[in-house]
Design a protein around this ligand. Sequence first.
Ligand code: UD1
Length: 380
Amino acid sequence: MSALNGPVMCIVGARPNFMKMAPILRALAEHQPPLPALLVHTGQHYDASMSDQLFTDLRLPRPDINLEVGSGSHAVQTAEVMKRFEPAMDEHKPSCVLVVGDVNSTLACTLVAVKKGVPVVHVEAGLRSWDRRMPEEINRVLTDQVADRLYTTERSALANLLREGVAEERVCFAGNVMIDSLLSNRPHARPPADTLAAHGADPALVRAAGGYGVVTLHRPSNVDDAATLSSLLGVLREVSERLPLVFALHPRTRGNIERFGLQHLVDNGRMALLPPQGYLEMLGLMAGATVVLTDSGGLQEETTALGVPCLTLRENTERPITVDEGTNTMVGRDVQAIRDGVSAILAGQGKSGRVPENWDGRAAERIAADLYRWLQAGAG
Ligand code: UD1
């Protein structure tokens, strides 16, 4: 029996979901025959800079449904998404619910769907940091346990899933949809100097002969504790004396810098402090950077695809291929490791890496083709 009897309900909630969903929606529409889709935005991220701008940059259609949940504790946010998503499912009777990544909205919609007997499709399955203190790790493990069809971005993910008892037939190595977005948008990336000028920062910082670095930090483990944040900002200040930095500040990080009184660490005239950037701005900034310092999951992959050295300020990564084959080096929160990592890159010893298998701009197309076959075969 075919399960192609309703739309694919596609869920986005937070910033890193948008660049993954854009190519999937296009591939579903371009598949022959097209797969009908409905876009649901949970509203987990709601600021213009965290959400609306990315919709514009990525040419995402306006969401068909916006659940407008906003911020809250993990429990409140997850529960609100669940409460508001259930009636939307009842109304639209999807053939399946497609979730991406590892944010709270991913897990919340998965739980609603699976308990209603509607198949769940997880894109970017099987990544593991093995660190259960990360909320994203809990979201990943639980989503994968109950998802019916799992699309992976790197081969190590299958081994992780098999270890957790997921049947191999449920898993398909599709590649990395985020890199689909990166490759299709690369020609439209905004020049870094324009981005700085647009925010009243000195464009000369990114035109300096020695290059510039890009920084993003937002993990609670890095920014919610005053001593940790102070130590990281201290070493970034030191780094900025050697290499000017462009720091795109997540609202959580900006708030904590103010709350902990740490502004003095970032005001040396060598760091451009910007609000969260649009997709095309961030792409331009990364592509032109000498080094990216980050705790983001997505940036680890994007720098690998761009061939730009990345220093990841975390103890672990759920994306090991970026270290094994790509340009990523894990430096944790160790100030000496951060200093040494930057020194090596400035000495021309940064990793150049290679682009991993199936990060070729066609992952979404493979997902649409497989999803069609799978739904037609009854989504079993
Ligand atoms: C979420 C994801 C994380 C992802 C990150 C990207 C989870 C568990 N975490 O973390 O995996 O890497 O998004 O940004 O889902 N806020 C605003 N405006 C917004 C959204 C948030 O000001 O549009 C502020 C609020 O104070 C909020 C805080 O940021 O409490 C955190 O937002 P939240 O969605 O809870 O988690 P993120 O840290 O953004």
